[in-house]
Write a protein that binds this ligand. Sequence first.
Ligand code: FAD
Ligand code: MG
Length: 346
Amino acid sequence: MKKNIFLMLLITIIAILSGCASNKGKNTVIKEEIYALGTVIQIQIYDADEEKAKKAIEESEKRVQEIENKMTVNKEKSEVILINENSGINSVQVSPDTFYVIQKAKKYSDLSGGAFDLTVEPIVKLWGIGTENARVPKQEEIDALLGLVDYNDVVLDESTNQVKLNREGQAIDLGAIAKGYAGDEVKKILKEHGIKTAFVNLGGNVVTLGSKLDGSPWRIGVQNPLDERGKHIAVIEVVDETLVTSGNYERYFIEDGKRYHHIIDPKTGYPAEAGIISSTIVTNSSIDADALSTSVYVLGLEKGMELIESLENVEAVIVTEDKKIYVTSGLKDRFKLENEEFQLAN
Ligand code: FAD
Ligand code: MG
């Protein structure tokens, strides 16, 4: 009898201990929200080691702040502001970070035939969309600045990391690409900390690490451009990829019944009106996705699709004004329409 009690006690202790052990090894979700780059950045890590996850988040936050401080045009100073202040005068030596992003921005300016143009800043400032000073400028004001927009005037010296803008008054804006770079850098940091499962949302730029814990893909909603935030029109499945959307619904103002949004056509100096209301890119690198989502938005359906189909491992979803959705061939199996108001066009 005594022996039986002892045995039961032993079994109970073993059960408790093994229970503890399995609990310790269990993945939990560690979430954090950061405000940077003019937006809310959410990081969700799924890992058993909370300490490690917290450290990774801390480091990510520092890194995003560092990127903002180097590349912003909205503060007192930054490397980009210094380049702009020296336009037509001096070359400015910048950090490898800033040089890399400018180099990429110039590459996409070229690849998109100037639909994306990193020197669009004077026009962006003129409209002030997203600020308290947003207004429709006079045509003369646009004409006076439009000549300054030309990415060919960005001179890069790779051996010294020096950047020069050829003409006075020219200025760079990395708002359409630097958030993508920040996403890639956060992912790099999480990986360096040994994290295998994570979901990061930088104000609509989504970056995923691995698949969901159960091995299934992340299911990411594509925002309905005609509805309030959080309402989606479709779901895309992604594993270890990034998904970046440019739309006319996040930063805009309305005057005389007309919507003026923040993506500028560098050829006209007006908000792009190529018939697209949102363009989403799915690929491996978030800096590429960010530059391409803006490029496609400006290029319009036909040229945008042509550009995307010419690139390897890059997929897109384009929503047009007439509520049609165009999905590239490589994404069709992973795309699910969930709103009957919209129609799959291809
Ligand atoms: P995207 O389509 O990716 O980019 C649109 C933005 O790119 C425009 O806002 C404009 O800045 C620029 N742009 C417009 N047309 C073109 C074009 N044809 N080619 C190239 N670029 C174009 N927001 C704040 O409110 N306050 C801040 O202090 C602030 N600081 C920021 C600092 C950094 C380093 C970055 C990257 C962003 C910051 N932002 C800030 C947000 C920024 O102003 C943009 O609104 C945001 O980056 C736009 O991202 P998006 O994904 O909505 O659109
Ligand atoms: Mg972009």
